[in-house]
Design a protein. Structure first.
Length: 115
């Protein structure tokens, strides 16, 4: 579910909706701005590869173990990034990682938002 939410955030950040074809295991999505995405799901791992209409591309792979999701990716600038999300229950979660500029971040979140 977290991976689907991440994909939806990516798709909505481009200001358009995507049309997807395929199966739950492998699907291809296209939006009306000319961007395309492939989503591959196997067990507790999800991989998303994106290609924007301007020629840049990006990718991310998420792997869930227990209540923790580990995500590693390559941004459109070619730099790698990572994120770890741990679900603590009752809407609480801890999020930490390093963005594609090499900056570390950490947030504690609840049902009302993140700090």
């Amino acid at each position: 579910m977290k991976n689907i939410l991440a994909l939806l955030l990516v798709l909505t950040s481009f200001g358009s909706s995507a049309q997807c074809i395929g199966t739950n295991a492998l699907s291809s999505c296209y939006d009306n701005n000319g961007n395309s995405y492939t989503v591959s799901r196997m067990g507790n791992m999800t991989t998303v590869n994106g290609n924007s209409s301007n020629g840049s591309n990006w990718s991310q792979t998420s792997n869930t173990v227990g209540n923790t999701t580990y995500t590693n990716g390559t941004a459109s600038n070619g730099q790698s990034w990572n994120e770890t999300q741990t679900n603590m229950g009752n809407g609480n979660r801890m999020i930490s990682g390093t963005n594609s500029q090499g900056q570390y971040y950490s947030h504690n979140c609840n049902q009302y938002g993140c700090n």
